[in-house]
Design a protein around this ligand. Structure first.
Ligand code: COA
Ligand code: AMP
Length: 637
């Protein structure tokens, strides 16, 4: 069944027989200040560490080393239909921008190991900020702009940044979203106060600055430039953190995923050529946001480490101005590869089912579409294949892994596609599917998908300041394995099928959200006695959250009014990205006799899937009520 053309099997077997040799070879693509004493030290860290003893600098490898050979090539093309701006930044210009901004950070007292929170929209300055941190060995923590002040505050408290970099506003379609009030509120909510903030004033909105704390970005950079001050690349250990990126956990407290410098560079560089099949000098576009891991790995670091031109797109797949936006960007910049979430293609398909707008553009340079971030439903994959006539490649990974766990490696020669499966594990990853007792279930049987330790270079070594949480969350359930919290199966050909999460994480428009976090917000409303949030199937976003609430007895206000307050409360506390639009009052929640809420059954009812009454249920009648309430609102499948 597998293709004889692909080098995948040979390469994967090569890795398996000599993992350290494999990664040592891949590491030759990186410029090291000092080589590693050990490619892998099984005694270091929690499950071992990669490239121990090596020194390097990620900014040097992503920017400076390209200046001599491709200084005039665009490193980043900023394409912003929402502001009508296009700007190409060459590698030489990028080096100058980043070195100057890094000098400004040093003026602000930021040094190696300090954390810097970046709360910014999709503008070039955000990428300069990330790279400037990397340049001086500071650890950046980018927070997605769609999160509310409280979420930002939680991250500030955990990361304890020396400085925060922000901008006056983001732009969502036609709306200008002020960022600065959210930042100010977050700082007032947090216990850990930054010493200073650098604020980029966008022409669309001028934010007011706090005296003694806030600095004007353009002014500070202009001054450093006038004085000719630039920061050099600072040597860091390969095992030092490059960044911390917070992602949803099972509670409202997000997990700070730590990414190191050395392993991250090696893995990303390998993936650009061997997985994505892209060559240095080509134009690569990941249509995501720098606030997510996809943005870190494949808007910024991966393409730049590989000497590609990276696209930074500030817009949407639809509405900016229409469903032809992606085709326009691909044609304008000669893009060879697009990476996005399936939800973006569902949005385009909904607006332009015949892909008529595609006919307006020349996509002759375009070679492949990669989809990840959520399950790629076969209908969407087939539609994309039909309209593009190129390979459409589903691949599966997580914030924690930093790069694809499984996929169809175009760079090694594609394997036959099975719609609905992200194909096979990449070198570095041995997958298994286990039952609750930790026994391998064998082919074609559902279970928990796990990765055999050690994790490969690039994957997280731990959580920020939370080794115990790292062990508890990922390593303790199945000793010797990393638990992905995804459920699925391996088929007879070794293809992995990823069907859903085993925890309470949901995927809304490719954004990872915690239903537990939303429940905490709903439960904080004075009228709510108890609640349960589930992810309900949605034709566009894959899933959307739906909250069921039981009101406290004696509350004599209208449920509709309270439901509207709950929707507003989640938006205020978590942010618009939660896309929480549905709160439903019920008389009680379905529970087992031991008091466990039957969220799985509620989800099946809401999705219109087949369901049966669990034997352990306390009161079966409530399931009927839930179905009735959903149907009355035109929901339930
Ligand atoms: N700053 C402020 N608000 C933001 C934001 C940001 N950076 N990003 C999103 N939001 C807001 C949106 O405006 C929206 O607000 P609304 O409720 O007032 O309309 C809300 O958060 C939900 O955003 P989203 O889920 O993205 O919905 P959408 O309707 O705006 O767009 C898609 C839907 C499918 C077009 C969009 O999600 C998309 O392009 N997704 C694919 C690419 C992607 O980002 N993938 C991520 C991981 S790879
Ligand atoms: P994130 O950490 O935001 O990248 O989200 C990771 C989660 O998204 C995974 O654990 C999966 O649940 C889901 N996911 C990502 N890519 C895929 C895919 N190709 N197929 C199925 N689920 C996916």
């Amino acid at each position: 069944m597998l293709s004889a053309q692909s080098r995948y099997h040979e390469v994967y077997a090569g890795w398996k027989s000599d993992p350290e040799g494999f990664w040592a070879e891949a590491a030759r693509e990186i410029d090291w200040i000092r080589p590693a004493d050990k490619v892998f030290d099984s005694q270091a860290g929690i499950y071992g560490r990669w490239f121990v003893g090596a020194q390097c600098n990620t900014c040097y490898n992503a920017v400076d080393r390209h200046v001599a050979t491709r200084g005039d090539q665009a490193a980043i093309i900023y394409d912003s239909p929402v502001t009508g701006t296009k700007r190409a930044i060459t590698y030489a210009e990028l080096q100058a921008e980043v070195a100057t901004l890094a000098a400004v950070l040093q003026d602000m007292g930021v040094t190696k190991g300090d954390r810097v929170v970046i709360y910014m929209p999709m503008i070039p300055e955000t990428t300069f900020a990330m790279l400037a941190c990397a340049r001086i060995g500071a650890i950046h923590s980018v927070v997605f702009g769609g999160f509310a002040a409280k979420e930002l505050a939680t991250r500030i408290d955990d990361a304890k940044p020396k400085a925060i970099l922000s901008a006056s506003c983001g732009i969502e379609g036609a709306r200008v979203i002020p960022y600065k009030p959210l930042l100010d509120e977050a700082i007032s909510l947090s216990k850990a106060k930054p010493e200073s903030c650098l604020v980029f004033q966008r022409p669309q909105l001028d934010a007011s600055l706090v005296d003694g704390r806030d600095l004007d970005w353009a002014g500070a950079v202009a001054q450093a430039r006038a004085e000719g001050r630039k920061a050099d690349c600072v040597p860091v250990e390969a095992t030092d953190p490059l960044y911390v990126l917070y992602t949803s956990g099972t509670t409202g407290i997000p997990k700070g995923v730590v990414r190191d410098n050395g392993g991250h560079m090696v893995a990303l560089k390998w993936s650009m050529g061997h997985f994505f099949g892209v060559k240095p000098g080509e134009v690569f576009w990941a249509a995501s946001d720098v606030g997510w891991v996809v943005g870190h790995s494949y808007i910024v670091y991966g393409p730049l480490l590989h000497g590609c031109t990276a696209i930074l797109y500030e817009g949407k797949p639809v509405g900016t101005p229409d469903a032809g936006a992606y085709w326009r960007v691909i044609a304008d910049h000669g893009i060879v590869t697009l990476f996005t979430a399936p939800t973006a293609f569902r949005a385009i398909k909904k607006e332009d089912p015949g892909a008529d707008l595609l006919k307006k553009y020349d996509l002759s340079a375009f070679r492949a579409l990669f989809l990840a971030g959520e399950r790629a439903d076969p209908d969407t994959v087939k539609w994309a294949e039909d309209i593009l006539g190129t390979p459409v490649i589903d691949h599966w990974w997580q914030t924690e892994t930093g790069w694809p766990v499984a996929g169809n490696p175009l760079g090694l020669g594609a394997l036959p596609v099975k719609h609905g499966s992200p194909t096979v594990p990449m070198p570095g990853y041995t997958l298994d599917v286990l039952d609750e007792a930790g026994k391998s279930v064998g082919p074609n049987k559902m279970g928990s998908i796990v990765i055999k330790l050690p994790l490969p270079p690039g994957a997280l070594p731990t959580l920020w300041n939370a080794d115990e949480r790292f062990r508890d969350s990922y390593l303790s359930v199945y000793p010797g394995y990393y638990n992905t919290s995804d459920a699925g199966y391996l088929d007879q050909d070794g293809y992995i099928w990823v069907m859903g999460r085993t925890d309470d994480i949901i995927n809304v428009a490719g954004h990872r959200l915690s239903t537990g976090g939303m429940e905490e917000v709903l439960a904080s409303h004075p009228a709510v006695a108890e609640c349960a949030v589930i992810g309900m199937k949605d034709a566009l976003k894959g899933e959307v959250p739906c909250g069921f609430v039981v009101l406290k007895s004696g509350i004599d206000r209208s449920p509709e009014e309270i439901e509207a307050e709950l929707v507003a409360l989640v938006r205020e506390k978590i942010g618009p990205v939660a896309a929480f639009k549905l709160a439903i009052t019920v008389s009680r929640l379905p529970k087992t006799r031991s008091g466990k809420i039957l969220r799985g059954t509620m989800k099946k009812i809401a999705d219109g899937d087949e369901w049966s009454t669990p034997a352990t249920i306390d009161d079966p009648m409530i399931l009927t009520e839930i179905g009735d309430v959903l149907r009355a609102r035109g929901l339930a499948g």
